[in-house]
Every structure is written in C-alpha cells, then in structure tokens.
Design a protein around this ligand. Structure first.
Ligand SMILES: C[S@@+](CC[C@H](N)C(=O)[O-])C[C@H]1O[C@@H](n2cnc3c(N)ncnc32)[C@H](O)[C@@H]1O
Length: 228
C-alpha cells in the first residue's frame, strides 16, 4: 500500500509527546505509549549508544518522518566525541505546519536544540547540511524501493517504516538485503518491530538477529548485526 494522499492527524501519546496518526490505517508514526520514549529506547539506547566509541558514526534512517529520531540523535551525540552523518530517507515529507503542531521543541532542553530542530526541517533536500560542527544531515526524498546504497557505508540503520500490517512492501527480504549490504561489518540495524516473520527475513539475508526488550508498553524490539 502507498501512503500518498492519506489524511494525517496529530495525537498525544502516553508520555505527553505528540505523533502523527493515519486514521485510514489506524497507524501512528510512533508508539501510542510514548513517542519520545520509544525513539530514545529503540534508536538511541539500542542503536546509537552501541557505536559511541566510533570516531565517525554514519546513520541511515528509513522513514525520516517528523525528524524526531534525527534531533534526539543530534542531542545525544553532543555527549560523544564522534562525528555523526545522518541520512534520512522519506517518501512523503511532513509540512512545516505539521512540524509546528507536533511541538517537539517542548521536549528539547535548550534554545539551541530548538533552533537545530527548526533547521533540520528548513534545510533543503538532496544535499548535505552541517547542522552543528559535529552533526551533518542529508534528507533524501525518495521511496526506499527506488534507492541504491554504496556497500559498507553505514554503522547504523534506523528502520522506522510503518508496520508490516499496513505497509508489507517495506519489510521485504529485497529491502533488508539492500540495507545489509549498505552496513559496514559489525554495523547494526534497529527497529521497533518484533514480528516473527521480520526476524526470519532479517536472518535470511545474513543478519545475526537479537530480540531485545521493547520500550514501555511493547514487549520486544529487534536488532540485526552484520558479522564483523
Ligand atoms: C513510522 S513513520 C516514521 C517515523 C519517523 N522516523 C519519525 O521519527 O517521525 C514511517 C515513515 O515512512 C515514510 N514512508 C512511507 N513509505 C515510504 C517509502 N516507500 N520509502 C521511504 N519512506 C516511506 C512515511 O511517510 C513515514 O514518514
């Protein structure tokens, strides 16, 4: 199913942070138990934190959406000595109005971070922008199915597509193989999804798959590692 032309509304999740809801699919951009909480648990704790000793951390996000994972990664990275390059793939970008209505700046501690979040949205697509001396962002407006990645390019992949219940075509072995190849040896793929078929498909393309405890309200999440 394609998510073009779907109505999007804004709802409040369990931790007080907002997310986008798609009524036609009864699907949210983040967990209804807490958007910020989920992002920090799945993508920062079990993704970014695992690579904090690297000089340069290259991250690919599938489903850039609201930019929440990007700003939280920029914020967390301020405590690292690493440089972060962040490539966000998004087929259907949100509008500035939606960005304002989400009010994620309420969850950002400093005016500097709030300004970085604005910049993350305001910068043009298809080119690299240095948001801070440490954090460079490239937003790419394209469907993942149509993209090719250079092999051995990323330390981490944040896989934040809509769930397989509503967008099965994002969770295929073909896409997982493309992402596996894009990772460096020892690179990791993290997703909030814990579906058995997804874990089997990740294994089938070569990932070493781990089931990890999920964020509050979700029993499990999944991490795949490319062999060293
Ligand atoms: C679960 S939401 C992403 C949430 C996002 N990471 C955030 O923090 O807001 C899934 C995203 O995937 C995007 N998407 C849908 N189909 C896509 C495709 N074929 N290729 C790339 N992105 C797609 C949607 O527009 C949506 O923004």
């Amino acid at each position: 199913m394609s998510s073009t032309h779907l109505t999007r509304t804004i709802i409040t999740t369990g931790d007080g942070s907002k997310t986008i809801h798609i009524p036609d699919w009864n699907e949210n951009y983040h967990s209804s138990h807490g958007a910020v909480q989920e992002a920090k648990h799945v993508f920062l704790k079990h993704g970014l934190e695992q690579k904090r000793d690297q000089e340069h951390i290259r991250i690919l996000e599938i489903g850039f959406g609201t930019g929440l994972n990007a700003i939280l990664t920029l914020e967390a990275g301020l405590n690292f000595s690493s440089k972060i390059s962040y490539d966000g793939i998004e087929a259907f970008p949100i509008s500035m109005e939606e960005m304002k209505a989400l009010a994620y700046d309420e969850f950002l501690a400093t005016n500097e971070l709030k300004a970085y979040y604005q910049q993350i949205h305001a910068t043009s697509w298809e080119e690299a922008h240095e948001i801070t001396p440490q954090f460079t962002l490239s937003k790419i407006q394209q469907e993942i199915q149509k993209l090719a990645f250079a092999p051995n390019t990323y330390e981490i992949i944040y896989f934040d597509a809509f769930g397989p219940r509503v967008q099965e075509d994002m969770w295929t072995q073909e896409i997982f193989q493309k992402l596996y190849d894009a990772l460096v040896p020892g690179g990791i793929f993290v997703t909030y999804c814990a579906k058995g078929q997804v874990k089997r498909d990740l294994k089938a393309v070569g990932f070493l798959v781990e089931a990890l405890p999920g964020p509050p309200g979700k029993r499990e999440m999944t991490r795949g590692r490319k062999d060293e």
